[in-house]
Structure formats: structure tokens, C-alpha cells
Design a protein around this ligand. Structure first.
Ligand SMILES: [Zn+2]
Length: 419
């Protein structure tokens, strides 16, 4: 579907006409009928933006950010997925998405009309700056297995086709946070707002003396050598978002291609699902060729109870699949009750009881896209003794399990001062 060897197909069109666009789309090797469908929609978006000047850059999503388009460009990111097929257009901080419910690869089915919507890229809330020191003290070598570093944007620019803009949450503040929480290790998951540029995480790991590992965002342009370099830098997995507010299902050709590429490195795939999708993708999860992690307890809303189908599916998957790991993070995301999020405790406990050796815990700092309850990370640490009441289990989920998956340096080597 894409040019051999991956990489970016980038066309600069100097004129304002739709014909230029047509040429670019052809360069992306879209199927002819799809190209016909997209062309007028792209023209309409262009018209609506009055962006009649400036170069037009067409790129497979995730590629153009590596070859920074000239200032003032209209960047058209074409993202092909089975569901939905969604070419996305971006210009400055505006974003438009064209969706087509047609499943690529199926033939003969009715093709629905293309729709497009245009939105401003939202800015998400900043984390609570007044982290309180938790009452619970984690054991030596404890790991925050899910957190992010955002920017600073002037040094590590956010991706042009991001779905949100985060407030900067730089490494210096993260180090401070780890000190307050009594945590020594971290798995830095590159967030979608940084696209497939993993530099911000590479640099953070390099300054960690073996205490941090990374999970990368990758795309089809990544070569074996790219993955090798990331491995040497301390990366041990890739992440894919399936959640709708972050763009929905990934391009599945790209997904399988990347899993095949990471397998020789012994990496895993980190999966971000909405609860309802767990049921839909159950069969796919059973087919994965590498270990996989379900983020944030599958984002299962606590209000639907322990008996809800997505949670039963998750428990069953975890029990039956020896390579399924689950992060008991995201209590603040699944909670209805709000702080201190104790309504999430029975869910975490059920998961820990089911697969104690394949559970990870994390803060999810700086908590991107939290709509309701911005947590205090001190509260999240104080949930640990509630979800894992005995010291042996706490040690498993905070120290042994992450160490088995990520292979950190020796325990206690760099315990934060005063912790
Ligand atoms: Zn996160």
C-alpha cells in the first residue's frame, strides 16, 4: 500500500488548484476510487480555511513531522485504517478529519458518503502542581510503569497532526515528582502528541542512569536499524492507540508490520483501548505475536460494575493468555466517585488476583486529556496498599514485574534523596 521501504512521499504543490492535490494523493498510492472521493473534500476544506496559498504537503500520517514542512504549509496527513478510513488534514493548530466508513480491502460493499469535520486542536489540562507526599512509601526500586514527558515544546515540538496540545511537562518536573512519590524507576511512554518522534524520551532515558525505559511510537517508515537504535537507547515496546479521542483504530497493515519488526528485539506492544473495544478486539488480542499490555485497566467505567462484559472479557483474556499484561493505572479515568478514586479499587484487585505476575502500576502523569477529576499523584500512590494489601504483592507489581519486562539497573542504586 505504501512506497517500498516505507518513508515519506512528500509533494510540494505550488499552485492552489485541486489538480496539484490530486498529484500528491496519487503519489501516496491511494486506490483510485478513494482518491476521487477525497479530492473534492480536500478542496472544500481548503476553501473553508481560505488556505489558497502556500505549499501543500501530503504525507502518510506520522511521516511529515520528520521532514518539517515549510512554515505556512497546508499539511494533509493521510491515514488509512480499516475502521474508519480517515484521511486527516491539518493546518497550523486546526485539524480536519475526513471519515469514510468503508473498510479498506473489502469490495462490493456500499460506499458511504465522505464527511468532514473541522475542530481546533484542544489544549488539555495541566496536572495538579501541588503533589502531596503519600502516606504509603513504595519499596526500593519501585517503578512508575506509565508516565509521559511533554516537551518543552520549544525543544521537542509537538506533532502537527496531534489530537491535543498538552501543557509542557518536562523531565525536570518529572524527576521532582518521582522524589516526592518515593519512586525510583519509570517507563516513559511516548504520547501521541509527540507523534513518532521519540527524541524526548530518548533524551530522558539517557539522563536516568538505567532507571528509565521507554515505549515508542513507531510508524511504517521505521527501519530495522531505527528499532535497533531505540533498543540501545532503552526502549522495550511500542504503543498503539485504539481510543477514539486519540484518532481511533490505527492502520492495521502498519500495526502488524511494526509488530513483526519489534518481535526479534523481544519487545512488547502497549495497547490503549476503550472498554467497549476490548470485546470487539478480543480475537485480535489472542493472535498477537508479541507480549501485550492493556493500559489503564482497559478504561472500564466503574459505574457499570464488575460484571460488565468488557471487564469480564479483560479478566478472561488475562487469565487465558500468558502474554497478556495489565496496567492497574487510570483509576482516575475509570472512577465515577472522584478523588481518592477508591471505586476503582475492586477492579484493580480483581486483576491483581487473576494475574499477579503480569500487573504493572503507573501514575499516568501528567494525565493528558483528563476531563473530570485531575488526580493528585499522591492520592494515586496511596491507592497502592488498597489494591495490593500485602507487601509481597506490592513488591511484585512495583518492582519485580516491571523489572522482568524492562530490565532496569540494580535496585537502590539511585534512591532519591530523602525518600
Ligand atoms: Zn498516558
Amino acid at each position: 500500500m505504501y512506497p517500498a521501504g516505507g518513508g515519506t512521499t512528500r509533494e510540494h504543490c505550488t499552485g492552489p488548484g485541486v489538480d496539484d492535490l490530486q498529484g500528491s494523493i496519487a503519489a501516496e498510492q491511494l486506490a483510485a476510487d478513494e482518491e476521487r472521493k477525497i479530492r473534492p473534500e480536500v478542496a472544500r476544506v481548503r476553501e473553508a480555511w481560505s488556505c489558497r496559498r502556500g505549499p501543500l504537503v501530503l504525507s502518510q500520517s506520522g511521516c511529515a513531522r520528520r521532514n518539517a514542512p515549510p512554515a505556512g504549509s497546508i499539511v494533509v496527513f493521510v491515514r488509512i485504517s480499516h475502521r474508519p478510513y480517515a484521511p486527516t488534514l491539518c493546518a497550523r493548530d486546526r485539524l480536519a478529519t475526513i471519515t469514510n466508513e468503508t473498510r479498506r480491502g473489502t469490495t462490493g460493499g456500499p460506499r458511504q458518503a465522505l464527511n468532514y469535520s473541522m475542530t481546533n486542536i484542544p489544549t488539555c489540562k495541566a496536572p495538579d502542581p501541588d503533589t502531596h507526599r503519600p502516606r504509603y512509601r513504595p519499596p526500593a526500586g519501585a517503578c512508575d510503569a506509565h508516565c509521559h514527558i511533554f516537551g518543552p515544546g520549544d525543544r521537542y515540538p509537538y506533532a502537527a497532526d496531534r489530537t491535543y496540545t498538552p501543557p509542557d511537562a518536562p523531565l525536570a518536573r518529572f524527576k521532582e515528582l518521582q522524589g516526592i512519590l518515593g519512586l525510583e524507576r519509570a517507563v516513559l511512554v511516548n504520547a501521541s502528541c509527540h507523534g513518532s518522534d521519540n527524541t524526548v524520551i530518548v533524551d530522558a532515558i539517557a539522563q536516568s542512569e538505567g532507571r528509565y525505559r521507554g515505549v515508542a511510537n513507531a510508524d511504517n517508515s521505521f527501519t530495522e536499524r531505527d528499532f535497533e537504535k531505540l533498543h540501545e537507547a532503552g526502549f522495550r515496546g511500542v504503543r498503539f492507540n485504539f481510543v477514539k479521542h486519540l484518532g481511533g483504530m490505527p492502520d492495521m497493515d502498519e500495526f502488524w508490520h511494526i509488530l513483526a519488526r519489534i518481535r526479534p528485539f523481544g519487545w512488547h506492544v502497549d495497547l490503549h483501548f476503550d472498554a467497549a473495544d476490548l470485546v470487539e478486539f478480543d480475537a485480535l488480542l489472542h493472535k498477537l505475536p508479541v507480549p501485550f499490555i492493556i493500559d489503564h485497566m482497559g478504561r472500564i467505567p466503574t459505574k457499570a460494575g464488575l460484571g460488565q462484559a468488557p471487564f469480564r472479557t479483560l479478566l478472561e483474556l488475562a487469565r487465558r493468555h500468558p502474554d497478556c499484561w495489565v496496567k492497574v493505572s487510570g483509576s482516575e479515568r475509570i472512577s465515577s466517585a472522584g478523588p481518592p478514586f477508591t471505586d476503582a479499587v475492586p477492579f484493580a484487585r480483581a486483576l491483581i488476583e487473576a494475574i499477579p505476575d503480569r500487573i504493572l502500576w503507573g501514575t499516568d502523569w501528567p494525565h493528558p486529556n483528563i476531563a473530570r477529576h485531575m488526580p493528585n499523584d499522591g492520592d494515586l500512590v496511596d491507592l497502592i496498599p488498597l489494591i495490593a494489601p500485602d507487601a509481597a504483592t506490592q513488591r511484585k507489581i512495583l518492582v519485580d514485574n516491571p523489572h522482568r519486562l524492562y530490565g532496569f539497573g540494580a535496585v537502590g542504586q539511585a534512591r532519591p534523596a530523602g525518600a
